[in-house]
Design a protein around this ligand. Structure first.
Ligand code: SAM
Length: 325
């Protein structure tokens, strides 16, 4: 491998149309109806998510960015010099810039994301700003096993996982434990895992963050139906659905739903799906973990909790976990 060429070709392991179709048919056949949130992120979904990050109601992005700015030096000290960084759900690649700027001689950056074009564009932007850094983007569903494209002959001192954005909250606690176990194996003994996790707070703040006044989150949620129409030839009438954000106190999670405005039948190829008026399709969970609950989650997956940082208002947390060596 030619390391003089820092931005390498994207490894494409993204789910194909057959997998997408199977997941959609299974979700719409279930009761209650559901769709996997990973499919919210096509080109338009990723663009809309980036707009959400800029919204006044969406406190997580600016809060986590401020925390990272304040703590990047401490995180870099834990990572040590010559680390290989693996970012799960790397999106626009904004937050990693703060870590990359603080790290000493990072050996490699592997951004992993399911949204291919967005990932490729973000990797190109990073390659311009960090011309010396080898960048090896992987388009994959990180819930399925995949291999890290570490170039032969490269022996990074430490592998460092980075999972910001409270994306871990999109998993159920059982799925989150399974995911953390997979990442512990992927990164290996002695590795560090930096995870951003949203904290429980006033439901009014959460409801505004997931149902903004400008309607960007609604457009993000509805875009999933547009994607299913375009890629799978379904017949969703988008005007017959409305976005709804719900706080589920029993589960400590925000939920996004698409609620059918009327009784309707939606065709999808040979299949069709009946929805009653008011019936919902559950599209996303965002679990909120207190500090202790998140530490227990990490420990249940075999990690050792090293450090946790929170912002002064107690909105968001960043955990440093270690895979025992
Ligand atoms: C909530 S956004 C966070 C983006 C960014 N890390 C941030 O902090 O702003 C989730 C990101 O994870 C990606 N993603 C969601 N599910 C995924 C999956 N199963 N496999 C890989 N990437 C996924 C999305 O494409 C998106 O970029």
């Amino acid at each position: 491998m030619n390391l003089a060429q820092p931005l390498h070709e994207l490894t494409d392991l993204s789910p194909g149309l057959a997998e997408f179709r199977q997941a959609v048919v299974a979700g719409l056949s279930a009761s209650p109806k559901t769709l996997p949130c990973k499919f919210l992120y096509d080109v338009e979904g990723s663009r809309l998510f980036d707009r959400i990050c800029e919204l006044p109601e969406y406190y997580p992005t600016r809060t986590e960015l401020a925390l990272l700015r304040a703590r990047a030096g401490e995180i870099a000290a834990l990572a040590g010099s010559g680390a290989a960084l693996v970012e799960f759900g790397s999106g626009a690649g904004v937050k990693i810039r703060l870590l990359l700027a603080a790290l000493r001689d990072p050996a490699l950056y592997v951004p992993v994301d399911i949204s291919r074009e967005h990932l490729a564009a973000a990797a190109r932007g990073l390659a311009q700003d960090f011309p010396e850094l080898p960048i090896l983007p992987v388009c994959a569903d990180y819930t399925a096993p995949f291999a890290l494209p570490v170039p032969p002959g490269m022996a990074p001192r430490r592998r460092v996982g980075f999972f910001p954005g409270s994306t871990i909250g999109n998993f159920t606690p059982e799925e989150a434990t399974a995911f953390l176990r997979v990442t512990a194996r992927l990164l290996g003994p002695g590795s560090l895992m930096i995870v951003g996790a949203d904290l429980p707070k006033d439901p009014a703040v959460l409801l505004a963050a997931y149902d903004d006044a400008a309607g960007v989150t609604a457009a993000f949620n509805l875009n999933l139906l547009r994607r299913i129409n375009r890629e799978l030839g379904a017949g969703f009438d988008l005007s017959a659905f409305r976005h709804e954000a719900r706080w589920n106190a029993a589960e400590s999670r925000m939920e996004m739903h698409l609620v059918s405005r009327r009784a309707q039948v939606v065709p999808l190829g040979e299949a069709s799906f009946r929805l009653a008026a008011g019936e919902s399709i559950h599209t996303e969970n965002s679990y909120k973990y207190g500090i202790e609950a998140f530490i227990r989650l990490g420990e249940s997956a075999g990690y050792r909790a090293l450090k946790v940082w929170t912002d002064p208002a107690g909105l968001f947390s960043i955990h440093a976990l270690e895979v025992p060596g």
